[in-house]
Ligand binder design. Structure first.
Ligand SMILES: *[C@@H]1O[C@H](CO)[C@@H](O)[C@H](O)[C@H]1NC(C)=O
Ligand SMILES: *[C@@H]1O[C@H](CO)[C@@H](O)[C@H](O)[C@H]1NC(C)=O
Ligand SMILES: *[C@@H]1O[C@H](CO)[C@@H](O)[C@H](O)[C@H]1NC(C)=O
Length: 574
């Protein structure tokens, strides 16, 4: 990690006693501020008249109807995905879409089955859903051979279970597929899983441990394998996590509290991100947190400032929690302020326009990353969630300026898709910022990078496609919020490209290189163009957002539902 700068060891780390006192003081201050936040009505004087505005476009004039053929094609892709898994890897976490093998990546509870269930329900694939639910009811969430990742487990498993309960409760799943008794069993499973994850929050700050050992019921650090795979990952005195780990459990846990009446879930997940939301550490840019963050002290131990992977869903949930929270929630205005601060900081400090290139005059807006003093002119596909989320915030909080910004970011992501021969965007790319005071961190060095840059104004720094949803997720928000037909057409072009290039014998494969699509570019059988992986978010998110872009705009309206960071839908209670 060139350019990575660590903060010096703070002095209290050397003396355990003074460190304890400082910790106690931090906790007292945090609680004081939390209580003040609860009891002080003056923090609510901010103008909230437009808080909770209508989100979806309204003047459809007949254009919001389903595009049946397109929607049907996406539904068929979901059926294909589901049936290949069912016939060849039923019960495994993931199927390998090229070889038909399988992987245990998520504790062996059948991640695909739980994560894909809400997509099956929305698409009304009832026979498939019934079979999945039968399996889910039988899962033993108390037992696993491996350490459990509370972040992944919360967003994929807990969110998946709760979304089915929510859809049942509003009558969207027929009784002969799921009855009240089975619904209660699913909720019990969610409670069991949340309780087993409880030790994650056993830290002085309440921020979660990176892993939980279900056998000893203890929170633990990253497994050694993480350091083995990323030898340049800095080692800290205590485990340190990114904002996404601290801030991506509040939606799921709030829903669980609403469904059970037990406040512990909402409380634990609120405390988990409190050191970020009510940060005591000054950061140079409003609303943007410095990370990684020490889970024992809540102090930043690094100076990464991103909206990209590892940080992303903290910012996403700052907005979405205000959609989900009851209006009486005392924190919603703080969350609103933090979200708006962070979105404007993203615009001001992290996004840059690309310079014109020899064969491409157009300039595009992309999202970079700050590592310490160094600006990285590189974006990951994950950051393409930002246009959709910011557009949602611009509508909900009535911020027209953010709408313009979000649509420009979306155009940037769109450009990475349309510029490659496969018409699918790369995992990471870089550009030359139009305005830059110093030499950019990344420059096109290889002949290939120079060619890509010359033709499109950016070049890939990782040309893979991992089946990720973020771009089509943002297209879904853009379509539902603006009502502009072009977003549906962009989504269709992307789906068609995925159908052409990713469809494999046992599912939808990831692509090794979105720039190589000709059979002649692959020696031998041509299998090298595929990566033999299909993560559960392909079914949970990518296909769901594509399908929802083509269905009637009344299907899970953004005015009634909140989408989790894994694409699971939760009811808004207003
Ligand atoms: C609504 O659609 C009809 C038929 O497509 C068209 O004639 C009419 O001008 C449209 N109205 C508005 C307000 O766009
Ligand atoms: C997963 O693959 C192994 C072979 O690697 C096979 O023995 C096993 O039956 C497969 N599991 C499932 C659930 O299909
Ligand atoms: C809540 O957090 C406490 C630590 O503060 C932990 O002991 C408990 O297991 C957690 N419970 C749940 C359900 O998260």
């Amino acid at each position: 990690m060139p350019g990575f700068r660590r903060w010096g060891k703070s002095k209290f780390e050397k003396n355990p006693e003074s460190s304890f006192k400082l910790l106690a003081a931090i906790l007292v201050i945090t609680f004081y501020l939390l209580i003040k936040e609860f009891s002080n009505p003056t923090v609510r004087t901010r103008d909230t008249s437009t808080f909770g505005a209508q989100i979806q476009h309204t003047a459809w004039n007949g254009t919001g109807k389903a595009q049946e053929t397109r929607a049907g094609k996406v539904r068929s892709a979901m059926k294909y995905t589901y049936w290949k898994y069912r016939e060849n890897a039923w019960g495994a976490d993931d199927i390998l879409p090229v070889s038909g093998g399988n992987l245990t990546t998520r504790n062996g509870w059948g991640a695909f089955i739980v994560d894909s269930a809400s997509t099956l329900a929305l698409m009304e694939l009832w026979d498939e859903l019934a079979h999945s639910l039968e399996h889910i009811v039988g899962i033993d969430f108390t037992h696993t051979e491996d350490l459990v990742d509370p972040f992944e487990t919360t967003i994929r498993y807990l969110g998946g279970l709760l979304s089915i309960v929510e859809l049942y409760d509003v009558g969207m799943i027929p009784e002969d597929i799921l009855d009240g008794e089975a619904r209660d069993l699913l909720l019990e499973h969610a409670v069991t899983l949340a309780e087993k994850l409880g030790p994650a929050y056993d830290t002085p700050t309440g921020m979660p441990w990176p892993r939980v050992n279900f056998k000893t019921s203890q929170g633990v650090a990253d497994p050694p394998a993480v350091h083995f795979e990323h030898p340049d990952k800095p080692q800290y005195a205590h485990p340190a996590i990114g904002p996404a780990r601290a801030g991506s459990s509040i939606l799921e846990n709030r829903v669980l509290t609403r469904l059970t009446g037990d406040p512990v879930y909402a409380r634990n997940s609120t405390l988990a991100w409190a050191p970020l939301v009510w940060s005591k550490w000054k950061t140079p840019w409003k609303g943007i947190v410095d990370a990684p963050i020490d889970i024992s002290t809540g102090a930043p131990v690094g100076r990464d400032r991103y909206w990209d992977g590892g940080h992303d869903s903290y910012y996403e949930y700052l907005l979405k929690v205000t959609l989900l929270a009851p209006p009486s929630d005392p924190h919603v205005n703080t969350y609103k302020t933090r979200f708006l601060e962070s979105a404007y900081s993203l615009r001001k400090h992290l996004s840059t326009r690309s310079a014109s290139a020899p064969e491409h005059a157009m300039q595009h807006l992309f999202i970079g990353k700050q590592d310490g003093e160094t600006y990285h002119n590189e974006q990951g596909h994950l950051a393409c969630f930002a246009p959709g989320t910011i557009l949602l915030g611009s509508k909900f909080y009535d911020q027209p300026y953010l709408r313009t910004f979000a649509l420009a970011l979306l155009e940037g992501c769109h450009h990475t898709y349309t510029s490659t021969p496969s018409k699918i965007g790369p995992e990471n790319w870089a550009w030359t910022p139009k305005l830059s005071y110093e030499a950019p961190f990344h420059a096109p060095e290889t002949a290939r990078a120079k060619k890509e840059w010359s033709e499109s104004g950016f070049w890939s720094t990782d040309p893979e496609y991992k089946g990720r949803p973020e771009y089509v997720e943002s297209l879904f928000y853009a379509w539902r919020i603006t009502g502009e037909q072009r977003f549906r057409d962009w989504a269709w072009e992307t789906f068609s490209a995925m159908e052409t290039h990713c469809k494999a014998p046992y599912g939808y494969a990831q692509l090794a290189d979105v720039y190589r699509v000709q059979p002649s570019e692959w020696p031998g059988t041509g299998e090298g163009r595929w990566i033999d992986m299909q993560e559960s978010f392909w079914a949970a998110e990518t296909l769901k957002y594509l399908w929802l872009t083509f269905t009637d705009v009344g299907t899970v309206s953004l005015d009634d539902w909140v989408f989790s960071t894994e694409g699971h839908v939760f009811r808004m209670i207003r």
